[in-house]
Design a protein around this ligand. Structure first.
Ligand code: ADP
Ligand code: MG
Ligand code: MG
Length: 254
């Protein structure tokens, strides 16, 4: 079983001509088959954690390590991370002009599997995954992220996850901007992938509502650039009732 291990991770960004430390020693282990939720106030550094693990050039790792089965993830290119079995939804936030969803997915699958999936089975797989996510078949022919609505972006993210079958998936704010029906469809998608037992998921969110549909095995409260508390699903209920105030007192998170 694959294990993602984040140890004492410190990360800085350059902003307004100064260097700001955003992550201040994050420790987290996610194993294949487990679902972890990271919850915390806006500005606490949740997305920075996701981007840092994804290898976004804007974020400088100043201390600590990220490994997948002992292999140094921080030394890997973005492609190598994907081939190693990591799915980082935020890797592809940009428009990809002239590349359809269908071609993009097949190219990604080819890169990850080391060979092109057989066209006929692949077309069936894509079709069935799209049906389950209640996506219009015409979506497959649209250019990646071009004019996608918030909900379409999130569905596309889950579609990729279903088809690419990662060992470790990091989903940042998968629930934001979704209406109740879309939230349920996207959650159902995550739960289908989860039911295979083959993926370890890190679900990053500000709101507790997605956790009504996806029951995490572990909940971590993120505040001021580190994990302030860890627990089971019951911790999410506590957060829903009490908010994050207890964790942000004296801190600088906005
Ligand atoms: P969260 O996802 O928890 O809302 P973020 O990781 O987005 O938090 O942001 C944490 C802090 O880091 C914020 O103060 C934010 O302004 C700052 N930050 C994050 N990314 C950048 C960036 N690329 N450039 C400048 N500041 C950033
Ligand atoms: Mg934010
Ligand atoms: Mg964020």
């Amino acid at each position: 079983m694959a294990t993602l291990e984040i140890k004492d991770l410190h990360v800085t960004v350059e902003a307004d001509n100064s260097t700001k430390e955003i992550l201040k020693g994050v420790d987290l282990t996610v194993k294949q088959g487990e679902t972890h939720a990271i919850m915390g106030p806006n500005g606490s550094g949740k997305s920075t954690l996701a981007y840092s693990v994804a290898g976004h050039p804007k974020y400088t790792i100043t201390q600590g390590s990220v490994t997948l089965d002992g292999e140094d993830v921080l030394e890997m290119s973005v492609d190598e991370r994907a081939r190693a079995g990591m799915f980082l939804a935020m890797q592809y936030p940009v428009e990809v002009p002239g590349v359809s969803v269908s071609n993009f997915l097949r190219t990604s699958a080819t890169a990850i599997r080391g060979e092109a999936p057989k066209l006929r089975t692949w077309v069936k797989e894509v079709k069935s995954a799209m049906e389950q996510l209640q996506m219009d078949p015409a979506f497959a022919e649209r250019n990646v992220n071009e004019g996608f609505s918030g909900g379409e972006k999130k569905r596309h993210e889950i579609l990729q996850m279903e088809l690419l079958k990662p060992k470790i998936a990091i989903l940042d704010e998968t629930d934001s901007g979704l209406d109740v029906d879309a939230l349920r469809q996207v959650s159902d998608g995550v739960n289908r992938v989860r039911a295979t037992g083959e993926v370890g998921t890190l679900l990053i969110t500000h709101y507790t509502r997605i956790l009504r549909y996806i029951k995490p095995d572990f909940v971590h409260v993120f505040a001021n650039g580190r994990i302030a508390e860890s627990g089971g699903a019951e911790l999410a209920d506590k957060l829903e009732a009490e908010g994050y105030e207890a964790y942000t007192k004296g801190g600088a998170s906005a």
